[in-house]
Design a protein around this ligand. Structure first.
Ligand SMILES: Nc1ncnc2c1ncn2[C@@H]1O[C@H](COP(=O)(O)OP(=O)(O)O)[C@@H](O)[C@H]1O
Ligand SMILES: [Mg+2]
Length: 312
């Protein structure tokens, strides 16, 4: 469904003192039809930047992107618009995805109109009602404005809007992180049901390993713009091989037991890493050795399981 080859994104910031920051660093992976791939990593590691690159919302610095075998890089105009309909994204802040001045009915009609998916006025209402039921909302919600709905309901409307254009690939970027825990679970179940019913491919992004593990078949672990490990969800969580994944899993287990946070924050290592050419995790790594001066590439260590660590 989706293939990513050597994708890079460097941001340049600052007016007088230009600084280059590699937000996405040499990323390779694929997502199969009907597959849910989870992407996990701490805040600021480049997950959202990667999501925006995949949808061609921002240009990449280098690398290639294929959707159903078609190369997306450099695609423009009508061709790109057509493919955009097939790839959709759910953002962290649901309220920003809806026009506050449109009633829910009009918000649901809008994407279908843009993609020319509305045959006649009579089926229009039927279609909208069907979408609404699929996401667990009722007819009464149609005449409301976004501010009259709860966060969970808005995220459902956003999902209905996405389903309206019959996408084949959905990226969910921290879709539940702004919701209460109880609502979070409902929305996650809904996402999984819909993914199965419509046989779509899914990239589920979160900093929370528990959520990613629950929803995904395969997990990619991201650290400082790089994928450091990718493999089957159970395999990776039960037997993580990259020291950073080990730490993520341990933190998660420890957090389960102690309900407090503990992690090696990248903030503290920003300085140390500046001139470092080797493995990005080295400053935090218990297995640090001279070989880590060289940057490790992803290599296969078990079936469908790749790790970028010299010690794995
Ligand atoms: N438009 C931008 N210009 C400059 N730097 C950016 C921009 N967008 C993101 N970044 C930087 O790229 C890094 C990754 O950000 P992001 O992809 O949002 O991470 P995540 O979603 O994992 O929290 C961060 O250090 C962020 O400051
Ligand atoms: Mg993000």
């Amino acid at each position: 469904m989706l293939r990513v080859e050597n994708l890079n994104k460097t941001f340049t910031t600052g007016v007088f003192k230009r600084r280059r920051h590699k937000a996405v660093d040499q990323i390779n992976f694929t997502i199969a039809p009907r597959e849910i791939l989870g992407l996990v990593g701490e805040s600021g590691c480049g997950k959202s930047t990667l999501a925006r690159l995949l949808l061609n919302l921002i240009p990449s610095s280098s690398g290639k992107l294929y959707f159903k075998g078609q190369e997306l890089t450099g695609m423009r105009g009508r061709e790109l618009r057509k493919i955009r309909g097939k790839m959709q994204i759910i953002f962290q802040h649901p309220e920003s995805s809806l026009n506050p001045r449109l009633k829910i009915y009009d918000s649901l009609i809008e994407p279908m109109r843009i993609q020319n998916l509305l045959p006649s006025k009579t089926v229009e209402r039927e279609k909208v009602l069907d979408l609404l039921h699929q996401v667990g909302l009722a007819e009464e919600h149609l005449t409301r404005y976004p501010h009259e709905l709860s966060g969970g309901q808005i995220q459902r409307v956003v999902l209905a809007r996405i389903l309206a254009v019959q996408p084949e690939f959905i990226i969910a970027d921290e879709p539940t992180s702004m919701l209460d825990v109880s609502v979070q679970a409902q929305v996650l179940h809904l996402l999984k049901d819909i993914q199965q019913k419509h046989a779509m491919s899914f990239l589920f992004i979160s900093h929370d390993l528990a959520l990613v593990q629950w929803i995904s078949e395969r997990i990619a672990v991201m650290y400082r713009g790089q994928i450091v490990e990718i493999g089957p969800a159970q395999d990776l969580c039960n037997n993580p091989r990259h020291p950073y994944s080990v730490q993520l899993v341990e933190t998660f287990n420890w957090f389960q037991e102690n309900k407090r946070e503990k992690s090696c924050s990248s903030e503290t290592t920003n300085q140390a890493i500046h001139a470092w050419e080797g493995c990005a995790f080295a400053p935090c790594c218990p297995k640090l050795s001279p070989v880590c001066r060289q940057k490790p590439e992803l290599r296969r260590i078990a079936e469908k399981h790749d790790v970028a660590c010299w010690h794995a």
